[in-house]
Design a protein around this ligand. Sequence first.
Ligand code: HSE
Length: 438
Amino acid sequence: MLNPVKVGILGLGTVGGGTVHVLQQNAEEIARRAGRGIIVTHACAKELNKTHPYTTDDIVLTEQLTDLVNNPEIEIIVELLGGTTIARDMTLQAIANGKHVVTANKALIAKHGNEIFAAAQDKGVMVAFEAAVGGGIPIIKAVREGLAANEVEMVTGIINGTCNFILTEMRDKGSDFADVLAEAQRLGYAERDPTFDIEGVDAAHKLTILASIAFGIPLQFDKVYMEGITKITPEDVQYANELGYRIKHLGITKRTKKGIELRVHPTFIPNKRLLANVEGVMNAVLVESDALGASLYYGAGAGALPTGSAIVADLVDVTRTLTTDPGNRVPHLAFQPNALVDLPIVPIDEIESSYYLRLSALDKLGVLAHVTNILSDNGISIEAIIQKEPIGGAEHVSVVMLTHQVVEKQLNRAILAIESLEGIIGKVTRIRLEMLAS
Ligand code: HSE
């Protein structure tokens, strides 16, 4: 057998530790799969004297990132720094030095992937990023290689465990968003600054990557429409239940006649769908493609060992192909770099969707008739409607509707007109609805 491949890890936190642990625990099996051993020889960590729960005796620890990316002995750099500034510099420097890179950094790939892959292409090195989407779920490999025969039509994913945990708890316990968020932070599921997760930025990074490998388009993070879960109320969760739906925070990318849709937002989905039953911090991605039909990929979207699993799988992939002619490797974004097409991204007000609407109306003759007239004037057909009795002598009632499919700008027009009606109190709540294939 050849000498082991030497790996340097930038960032020895939770995921770095998980990676070292998986490599140590399954060293023999990994070597049998890869054709040679894979060992971490160097790591860059902030706290060098921290006691790690795995063996670091054979690992040279340093605080200097450049000690690793400029070290000629190291063949593969694992980038686990997070962020997009130092991580970008180190990745480009490693590539310039002829090293392969494995990364879990979705923000880095979503924002700078086009530049990084072009640099890697020039140097004939690989940049692997399985851990960037869906944690341990091998979704990149599945879409890029397993579905290579297919034309992909749509990818829909629960790709942020924090949002899924919060929405699951809100449904199970009837709690407010803010209370569940505080609980998630206490349990360590949500970051102290949870903005990226709850505002949909993390999911948008991941969706950007999925769209590129599904449709062969350049990475375009800045074109993703993003909505988080902060405005979801227990009332909406309850109405979803009554109507036979669940609210999930989804990343959706779809091929349409107008172009590619790229959107992240809370979504009503029928409660019988498999995605509706993905609970807690788990992730799942549904792919609809022409030859296979619907296929679903489910698993842990975060955590030391699951993410370590994805990183080590990339290390095995890179190790196997070290001697392959770079032109014959699997392309970074699934399609050959010169075959990427710049399909238009559909602006959010041009998408077609069904909708859940909730409004507060004065309990007076004719108010509802005005609302339904506005909807029909805008070509919006109502699929279901619920009006609740006024609570405790209140003058207003909640009215909830599900609509058939309509272009979003038409719905927005109707909402503005409804909000200006005399008998309507406050804003109309609007949540998109997708029936999904499976
Ligand atoms: N913060 C992410 C989530 C995990 O909540 O799913 C890492 O991508």
